[in-house]
Ligand binder design. Structure first.
Ligand code: MYA
Length: 583
């Protein structure tokens, strides 16, 4: 991936990705400190857009949308007229020109309002036409963006196929270059949001490019010959999302509808998803805020055993957990937006971390909110059942969380593996290079041993946590090296280790985000008046540090072999097999 590189001032070292550097034992704190304060002028616009979103949201009967299975074309127009369909699109194409941070803040509001609304607008902007903005030519932008940004047209994203879900690389759809420069596309897609409502789709297919089997990104338009919209899925939640199959039968796509360079399709798909995955992080922030508000209201009001629920310790523990983790997730998600806004191109790991942490936190938060609502919460008159149905897909789509954890661990390990494989090449055939590799490696290692990287830009009042993060990074590096040495290439198959490593990286990143944010709060508002934030930072960082230690420890001490053996036996038997009573 091409990346803009951010210089580390004193040492001159540079990093293309903050999170990837952590496993190398490097903390590029200049990328994440000071906290990226939102632009004051943009905030005025963001507030106005959020208010418009809320006004429209309040006027929609979201249960009715489920019954109708669509929000209504007139609503899309209304959202478009309110500027809500082209949030980050440049003003010259009719958009609002928001930064990633501004976009995320408005998107958070959509998620606070309703799941289906967020998905329709998320499919449209987060992934549907994002490719045109990121990779489109000026001509393509002029041709498509004005209609898309104003809601006159809707967009969709067509990557997933029956045989290519998580394994997105192995698409079967194929585009074949024609003598006139156009491409003829054949294939099938499934689970495509805005399916029959979309006018413009970013679609991906295999294509032979310069004799190699590669991928191509194509802009498909409704009405192209051979482009058929298939049957609609009957989904558990997000029932207003028009989720469809798409069929491509000899669709002729003109050269002016090729997005980026032919052959770059997979990179384009991943770049779009890297950006889209942040949306699931910030969307989870919005939805969790709504659940928290519902929970606070109910637990204050409802009295049992002579006192309000809010006065019980086990209730406080759940609410405290929601507030603390929400603060952590929000910090992480907006820090990642800040990376995008400062021009860091490789935020793939950070966005995957936001996606995984956000969607899982939201699920547990919804479960706890429902639990605290008690029996009433189980009734369809309450919002919980719809929320739970709507959000259950989040850990699955835009990269299933298990796959994202593997991606986080393996792409963070890659640079470490490259350094170690340099060492592995020490041989008689290239002694001079070998000495160089060894010297570099040994110097790096000795330096990390003697003077591990530290966070120096956090507020002094937070130094305990900042130092702890430094220690965790050192341990993370040691654990990664040990894993790679032990498993070598086989590490790609060691998913349990990957999961622990990915979770540890996520927890380190989350602590850094909280420290950056609270440092800025201390600096702006003073330490004394910011006692609540200190409480949250202490709680969040202590707990995250414990999880990091637990995960790294479990790399060595675990019952993985037994657990996987139990699963293999069950698979072989084809059933539980330990029936207490025979059928
Ligand atoms: S859209 C469909 C979602 N589908 C996926 O996300 C697919 C998941 N799969 C993958 O991401 C990839 O296939 C994985 C790796 C990760 C498994 N950034 O050899 P490889 C590079 C940059 O590892 P694979 C949907 O669900 C990699 O470095 N580069 O290949 C709609 C390598 O490059 P090089 C990346 O094992 C949902 C090359 O690619 C990335 O096949 C609607 C090959 O990699 C990356 N991330 O791939 C959402 N990954 O060769 C609506 C890989 O140079 C949103 N590479 O080393 C609305 C939100 C609403 C919120 C509301 C809240 C309430």
């Amino acid at each position: 991936m091409e990346s803009s590189v951010v210089e580390k001032p004193e040492s001159g070292k540079a990093a293309s990705s903050f999170a990837k550097s952590l496993l190398l034992g490097e903390i590029h704190e200049e990328m994440v400190f000071p906290w990226p304060e939102p632009d004051a002028e943009e905030q005025i616009k963001v507030r106005e857009l959020c208010a418009r979103a809320r006004a429209i949201g309040d006027s929609i009967d979201h249960r009715r949308v489920e019954e109708d299975r669509w929000i209504g074309d007139d609503r899309i127009r209304e959202l478009g007229d309110a500027g809500l369909c082209g949030l980050y699109v440049d003003e010259k194409y009719g958009g609002q020109g928001l930064s990633q941070t501004g976009y995320a803040r408005v998107f958070e509001t959509f998620a606070q309002i309703d799941g289906t609304l967020s998905i329709i607008l998320g499919v449209h902007q987060s992934i549907g036409y994002k490719g045109i903005v990121l990779f489109g030519t000026e001509e393509q932008k002029e041709r498509f963006l004005p209609d898309l940004a104003t809601g006159r047209k809707l967009a969709g994203f067509a990557l997933t196929e029956p045989e290519a879900g998580s394994d997105a690389y192995h698409l079967r759809s194929r585009a074949v270059l024609q003598p006139d420069g156009s491409w003829v596309l054949n294939g099938e897609k499934r689970y495509i949001g805005n399916g029959s409502k979309g006018d413009v789709f970013t679609a991906f297919a295999r294509a032979e490019v310069n004799g190699e089997d590669r991928h191509i990104a194509l802009i498909l338009e409704k009405g192209m010959d051979g482009f058929e919209v298939g049957e609609r899925y009957d989904t558990m939640g997000l029932r207003g999302n028009d989720l469809r199959r798409l069929y491509f039968n000899d669709v002729r796509v003109p050269p002016e509808n090729v997005l980026g360079e032919p052959g770059d399709g997979f990179r384009i798909a991943m770049s779009i998803l890297n950006n889209g995955r942040i949306g699931l992080g910030t969307g989870s922030v919005g939805a969790a805020k709504k659940l928290l508000d519902l929970t606070i209201d109910h637990t204050k009001e409802r009295r049992q055993f002579g006192q309000s629920l809010a006065e019980f310790e086990l209730v406080q523990e759940k609410i405290g957990w929601m507030v603390t983790y929400l603060f952590g997730l929000e910090s992480m998600a907006y820090l990642t937006c800040g990376l995008v806004d400062q021009g860091v191109e490789d935020y793939s790991l950070e966005s995957a971390i936001c996606k995984v942490s956000g969607t899982e936190f939201l699920w547990y938060a919804a479960n706890r909110a429902l639990q605290l609502r008690g029996g009433e919460g189980y009734m369809r008159t309450e919002p919980y059942e719809k929320i739970m149905r709507d959000i259950r897909i989040f850990p699955i789509f835009e990269g299933a969380n298990d796959v994202m954890r593997a991606f986080i661990a393996l792409s963070a390990m890659k640079p470490v593996g490259e350094r170690l494989s340099g060492l592995g090449e020490i041989g008689l055939n290239d002694p001079i290079r070998s000495i160089g590799v060894l010297a570099d490696y040994a110097a790096g290692r000795v330096k990390r041993e003697v003077r591990p990287e530290r966070i120096s830009m956090a507020h002094p009042e937070l130094s305990k946590h900042a130092d702890a993060v430094g220690d965790q990074v050192k341990e993370l590096t040691g654990a990664t090296e040990a894993l790679i040495r032990r498993h070598k290439k086989e590490v790609t198959m060691r998913q349990l280790a990957q999961k622990r490593l990915a979770d540890a990286v996520a927890d380190v990143y989350a602590q850094v985000a909280v420290l950056s944010r609270v440092s800025s709060i201390f600096e702006n508002d003073g330490v004394e008046p910011s006692g609540q934030e200190r409480y949250i930072a202490d709680t969040f960082c202590d707990r995250a540090a414990r999880r990091v230690r637990g995960n790294l420890n479990a790399l060595e001490h675990n019952d993985d072999e037994r657990m996987t053996a139990i699963a293999k036996l069950a698979s072989k038997r084809g059933a539980y097999g330990y029936a207490l009573f025979e059928d």
